[in-house]
Write a protein that binds this ligand. Structure first.
Ligand code: NAP
Length: 510
């Protein structure tokens, strides 16, 4: 189930928020009574309960468990029992208060399920501790166990997910923070009792909490089952990535039983070895992990090996992961289309990369892909990078002596010219979207400027290039191209190009 928390501060606004939540199609609402100022159970509870036309959870969270209530404990627990007696289908009681709650006056009717909850706001404990906590909660009277712990690393999610995999009874397991987001997004796949989602991004009550809309449409929550194949984009940062929108749209259009999530990973081998290899079918890999992905892959496609960067990992029938690079062909095709268009419009210079001079800014994963890709199409390549040693090494690695390197100082001073300027540095990428890797004056030395950065689509570099009279190609073309090839590898089916491009452009508007 998808649950949203209602957190308005007046009874009137609370009732309105409940109506909004019900209309949005969530399965269940959580009534956070501790947000209501001067809440009076006798007076206020009934109208709130009546406003819920779907199942609801009554929660009255005290400050000592991360909530707002700071009044007397007996009154708080009596309110929860009162809610149960009035017919609340679910009440949430903090595990630490369970003993006092059950020992207090009045029985909880059988029609009310008690969620015993426990939060750890600083870390995810080891698995034995988590399991014994869950056992103790059930022994203390939990119909549903809720454990939420802060994920300091994505590998913490494995221990939280183990609580769902154990299948010892209805469980709500949450990994708080952006590094724990996959637990929220894949709750249905792992059999979680519910997951929390916000009505809108601004109302998310915790980092990593998705919106109802994202869960339902992007992450295909209703379609997730135990046998749904999981995929993800490994990156850091990763929250800006359009890959989830584009790949999930492809799965939906193909009727493919898969789901694709963002994965904020600090240590790629550690993530893969902890549970990535076991629980996922494939990955897109982005900054800064493409070289680590090459090292971690069990086998690597020849092109990816020569480029020295892997942007795609795909599980093989024998369980091993094979690395590919889908960046280069997509980028080269996008640039060649741009050159052909320029030539068709009467522009001077080559209509393809054959014989063209391509200046590549950057020597990371995308830089290597563009350098090898351009050289393989017959271009002369000049590599410019902040880290000169890296530029030199890349120039030496491109076969056939097709590449050389020059210093960033010469580039900035306007001493480097060519047909195509390619930016593969991350300069200009969100949130530094007003930056450009080179001053506008140097752009007069080029016919076409390609920027691999795609968030934002219209970068400062591309705007400067248009002002300098250059043709431009944006990173969206490359992005959609590399995603199409990945989708083919993930699903074994011909990808729906129109659907994926539309999803990419729609995601870019948000
Ligand atoms: P990467 O392997 O981490 O390489 C980053 C590159 O950016 C390195 O050359 C690095 O130089 C340079 N760089 C970073 N910060 C810089 C700064 N402040 N000043 C100058 N240079 C700087 O990353 P990547 O995977 O190649 O990705 C690079 C960019 O391409 C990203 O914006 C990414 O989104 C984009 N990209 C787009 C697509 C697409 O489909 N459109 C595909 C792949 C990548 P040093 O060597 O000196 O550190």
């Amino acid at each position: 189930m998808i649950c949203t928390s209602v957190t308005a501060t007046t009874v009137k606004a609370f009732v309105e928020e409940i109506a909004e939540a019900v209309a949005s199609g969530v399965d269940i609402v959580e009534l956070r009574l501790d947000y209501i100022k001067d809440f009076d159970a006798e007076r206020d509870l009934e109208p709130l309960m009546q406003a819920c036309q779907i199942p609801y959870i009554v929660t009255f969270r005290p400050q000592w468990e991360g909530g707002n209530y700071d009044g007397p404990e007996p009154q708080r627990l009596a309110t929860l029992k009162f809610a149960a007696l009035k017919g609340a289908p679910y009440i949430d009681v903090e595990y630490e208060a369970a003993h006092c709650f059950f020992a207090g006056a009045g029985e909880v009717p059988v029609s009310t399920s008690v969620i015993l909850s426990h939060h750890n706001f600083s870390e995810t404990p080891d698995l034995d501790t988590l399991r014994s906590k869950a056992r103790a909660m059930r022994a203390a009277g939990a119909d549903i166990v809720k454990i939420a712990a802060l994920a300091n690393d994505i590998t913490d999610c494995d221990r939280i997910l183990a609580l769902l995999r154990d299948n010892t009874g209805p469980t709500i397991a949450l990994a708080m923070g952006e590094r724990g987001q996959l637990v929220r997004l894949l709750a249905a796949r792992y059999g979680g009792f519910l997951t929390f989602a916000a009505m809108s991004p601004s109302r998310a009550s915790a980092p990593g909490q998705p919106t109802v809309q994202q869960l339902r449409s992007t992450f295909r929550f209703a379609r997730q089952q135990a046998d749904t194949a999981a995929f993800g984009v490994i990156g850091n940062p990763v929250s800006h990535s359009r890959s989830p929108a584009i790949h999930n749209a492809a799965f939906e259009a193909l009727g493919f039983n898969g789901v694709y999530v963002p994965l904020l990973v600090d240590d790629l081998p550690l993530f893969l070895d902890t549970f990535g290899r076991r629980d996922f079918q494939g990955f897109s890999v982005t900054i800064p992990h493409k070289e680590a992905a090459l090292a971690a892959a069990d086998s690597v496609d020849d092109v990816a090996q020569s480029i020295g960067a892997v942007n795609t990992l795909v599980r093989q029938p024998d369980g091993t992961f094979r690395g590919y690079n889908t960046d280069w062909s997509a980028a080269v095709a996008a640039i060649e289309r741009g050159l052909a268009d320029t030539a068709a419009g009467g522009g001077a210079g080559p209509a393809s990369l054959d014989g063209a001079t391509v200046v590549v800014l950057g020597a990371g994963g995308a830089g290597r892909a563009l350098a090898f890709g351009s050289a393989s199409r017959g271009a002369k390549v000049i590599i410019v990078n902040r880290n000169r040693a890296r530029a030199k090494a890349l120039a030496a690695a491109v076969p056939g002596g097709a590449a050389e390197y020059v210093g960033m100082e010469e580039m900035v001073a306007g001493q480097v010219a060519g047909d195509v300027l390619v930016n593969t540095t991350s300069v200009g990428m969100h949130p530094q979207s007003e930056e450009s890797p080179v001053p506008p004056g140097v752009l007069f030395h080029f016919r076409l400027v390609f920027d691999a950065v795609y968030t934002p689509r219209d970068t400062r570099l591309l705007r400067d290039a248009r002002s300098a009279g250059c043709a431009t190609v944006d990173g969206v073309r490359m992005f959609v191209g590399q995603a199409l090839e990945q989708s083919r590898l993930f699903t074994g089916q011909e990808p729906p190009a129109d659907v994926m491009e539309a999803a990419m452009l729609q995601a870019a508007q948000h």
